[in-house]
Design a protein around this ligand. Structure first.
Ligand SMILES: [Zn+2]
Length: 166
């Protein structure tokens, strides 16, 4: 963890946010999840971090906000959270780094665009995260959390979570 910063900047705040994990998928940070909309410095050196909730009904957002404030306080940064729901978060906001980390962790990242997937109903993993086979089958619409579906690879026979587009 970083030591206390005497004159924190917006960049410092982003660097700290990069150390705050998504509670549901701890391999990616809240920055990589794409839920940080803005970081602004106020006149009294208090920062406002604008966060958008991920999925309605996902209880993780409370934990995320608490973790963000705790990490910033630990570094000596005064901050508060501002919540915004517009524009709404979609899986399209997960960064390239975030997607690569999901894949390395064995979770198939969202495949394609959230808006397109909901239009076509064609929301399924591109390939098995373990062996890259595209020969996969859906086991359950709900995996370890409601945000994910449980799939199985027909070739290597391993089950895996798919981070659904939404
Ligand atoms: Zn496989």
């Amino acid at each position: 963890m970083p030591n206390t910063i005497s004159h924190p900047t917006v960049d410092d705040v982003y660097a700290i946010l990069q150390t705050v994990p998504d509670p549901e998928v701890p391999v990616i940070s809240v920055l990589e999840l794409g839920i940080i909309r803005a970081v602004e410095e106020g006149p009294t050196h208090e920062f406002t971090v604008t966060v958008t909730p991920t999925y309605s009904g996902c209880p993780a957002i409370e934990a995320i906000n608490i973790n963000i404030i705790a990490a910033l306080q630990e570094a000596g940064v005064k901050a508060k959270i501002k919540s915004t729901i517009s524009p709404p978060w979609t899986t399209d906001d997960i960064t390239e780094e975030g997607r690569a980390k999901l894949l390395a962790y064995g979770i198939a990242p969202p495949n394609g665009s959230a808006s397109k997937a909901s239009l076509t109903g064609n929301d399924k993993p591109r390939a098995c995260p373990l062996c890259e086979s595209t020969n996969t089958e859906l086991l359950s619409q709900f995996g370890s959390t409601s945000c994910k579906a449980l799939y199985r690879c027909i070739d290597c026979r391993e089950p895996f979570d798919y981070f659904k587009c939404h």
